[in-house]
Design a protein around this ligand. Structure first.
Ligand code: FAD
Length: 538
């Protein structure tokens, strides 16, 4: 704003009119002049009248003085310059000479009701220059009152603010464009201020919030404990929303962005406001493809592991079976040794020794053939992922047996330190047991519900089925080797739950069997987050 403009807007307008009349007594019609003179009380100000007149005349703001009907009595050079009319084309004309049809009627209505209420009025409207060009005018009109508090004149002041309007519009358009791009972007976007408050979030963010049952995605997606840097990219996170829905994967990134402060405080000394821009891209489709390949690989791996395990069990069984007759042969040989040597006995003794040597050699060969049990490395393991793997590996069984699965994972589960294959195998076995239990003929309701929950240091996995359940008296026995309610027909001949308990114990956890709400079996596995410490034995 120019100095002249400031001087005039701050001036008492009644006083200003008085000075104007003193300086240019002949520029107004006689009646106007006398009326205005009457309104002036003769008081004096410290400024010489000439200064005031020049200030109005030289002002860059278009200034006009009208009678009570808005007929122009005076217009300064800025007024003629902005409107394109010469002074003599304006004097005597109504201010409506500037009006444009685009200005809504209610604005004029408000203008006049405010002025008639003896109050100054300000607003922005569209004016037309003499050549017909429209411009945006920021207009202020003040009523001039006489001693009797009657309106005698109006003082108008306006500026051409077309450029400012265009700039403001452009900024608004850009803002709206950015907003709609951000909102329609198929990525989750959140902007955090320095205090960590979300100052902007897009539609995808709100949708994800719904998916996470109201939990704040910002807390889950971006409170990335495993990354110290404030800026990072391509950090992948998995969200299990349960309810039969497939898990979702997001690739997250965090970037620091600075904004120049627009407040008056930073007018001369610019300062910056820092934000963190968080973006999460849904990479579920890609991940699902990778997962399918991974599930197949896992299936093959588990089949191989099972083969190794059953070979070990078979060989151990064969060695055990051989050990009996071998002990008998050894006992017979000892007996002959004690009875002393005769020619007859000598030949029997030789046969027995040969039988013992052959037996020992056979047992030795069997031991050599026994495949090594591989010791897995301890790594951070996400139990949700393993449950998901085990469910994926059993999809066909669910379909064949008409089992409905209800998967209720905790959206973000902390990792357990453990042996991934062993834990996956353990979960797979529990799921297979549940399917088995529900697959018996005549069982109508076949529902498997799996829940994972976590507190500060323990993860709980609860597997409920709608099978016959396990009788209370059998609940400890089922974990013993070779105990089976199905005789020796089961895949592992009563070794399954023993293996499950081994895995749980090796992870310092515990497992228990109870009755599910449906009356079926509930298996609850508790695994401490610390799991196996490095160097733990398999
Ligand atoms: P008009 O017929 O002039 O007025 C519309 C309605 O306003 C009328 O129906 C009536 O109800 C009311 N009205 C009009 N004159 C008076 C009055 N004297 N007393 C009470 N009510 C009245 N307009 C602009 O478009 N651009 C300007 O830059 C501008 N500057 C102005 C500066 C001053 C000092 C004053 C006093 C007015 C100014 N006006 C300006 C308003 C202008 O006088 C017109 O009212 C307006 O332009 C609308 O014009 P119109 O021909 O559409 O309607």
């Amino acid at each position: 704003m120019e100095i002249s403009e400031i001087a005039i807007t701050n001036e008492n307008w009644v006083e200003a009119v008085r000075r104007f009349l003193e300086q240019s007594p002949d520029s107004l019609p006689a009646d106007m002049q006398s009326m205005l003179t009457e309104a002036i009380d003769g008081s004096h100000t410290s400024l010489p009248p000439r200064v005031f007149y020049e200030a109005v005349r030289q002002s860059a703001v278009a200034i006009s003085i009208t009678d009570i009907n808005a007929n122009i009595l005076y217009a300064n050079p800025a007024f003629t310059q902005i409107t394109g009319y010469k002074a003599d084309e304006l004097i005597g004309k109504n201010e409506s000479i500037l009006s444009d049809k685009r200005t809504p009627k209610h604005i004029y209505k408000n203008l006049w009701s405010t002025l008639l209420g003896k109050q100054p009025w300000s607003d922005t409207l569209v004016n037309r220059r003499k050549d017909g060009e429209r411009y945006v005018a920021s207009l202020t009109i003040a009523p001039v009152l006489n001693h009797h508090d009657e309106i005698t004149h109006y003082l108008g002041m306006h500026r051409d603010v077309t450029k400012e309007h265009r700039l403001a519009r452009e900024v608004k358009n850009n803002h709206e464009l950015i907003e709609s791009v951000v909102d329609t972007a198929p990525v989750v976007i959140a902007l955090l201020d320095e205090a960590g408050q979300v100052v902007r979030k897009n539609k995808a963010y709100h949708e994800l919030r719904k998916l996470m049952a109201g939990a704040e995605p910002i807390d889950k997606l971006f409170s990335n404990n495993s990354i110290d840097d404030e800026e990072y990219k391509d950090y992948e996170i998995r969200i299990d929303s349960g309810g039969g829905r497939a898990p979702r994967w997001f690739s997250c990134s965090c970037t620091r962005v600075d904004e120049v402060d627009t407040s008056a405080d930073s007018f001369f000394e610019s300062s910056k406001q820092s934000y963190r821009l968080l973006i999460a891209t849904d990479v579920s489709d890609t991940k699902r493809g990778q997962e399918a390949v991974r599930t197949n690989a896992l299936r093959a791996l588990m089949a191989e592991e099972e083969l190794v395990q059953s070979t070990r069990e078979t060989l151990a069984g064969a060695i055990y079976q051989l050990q009996g007759p071998m002990n008998l042969v050894a006992a017979a040989s000892n007996m002959i040794d004690r009875r002393g040597s005769t020619t007859n006995m000598e030949s029997i003794r030789r046969v027995l020794r040969e039988a013992m040597d052959a037996g020992a050699e056979a047992m030795n060969k069997l031991s050599i053939c026994m495949p090594e049990a591989e010791i897995e490395t301890v790594v951070p393991v996400n139990i949700n992922e393993l449950v998901h793997d085990a469910l994926a590996m059993n999809t066909e069984m669910f379909l064949t047996n008409g089992v409905v699965v209800e998967w209720k994972p905790t959206a973000i589960l902390p990792n357990v330190m453990g042996r991934e294959h062993r834990l996956r195998g353990m979960l797979n076995h529990l799921i297979e047991n549940a399917i088995d239990a529900m697959s018996e003929r005549g069982r109508k309701i076949r529902e498997l519900a799996i829940t994972t929950t976590a507190d500060e240091d323990v993860i709980a996995i609860v597997i409920d089925d709608t099978g016959a359940g396990v009788a209370e008296k059998d609940r400890l026995q089922v974990f013993q080797p070779f105990y089976s309610t199905k005789g020796m027909k089961g895949k592992r001949a009563g070794m399954g739950l023993t293996m499950v308990q081994d895995v749980v114990s090796e992870h310092s956890g515990n497992i228990s069997i109870a009755t599910a709400p449906s009356g079926g079996c509930r298996v609850e596995v508790m695994l401490p987050l610390a799991g196996i410490q490095d160097g733990g034995e398999s």
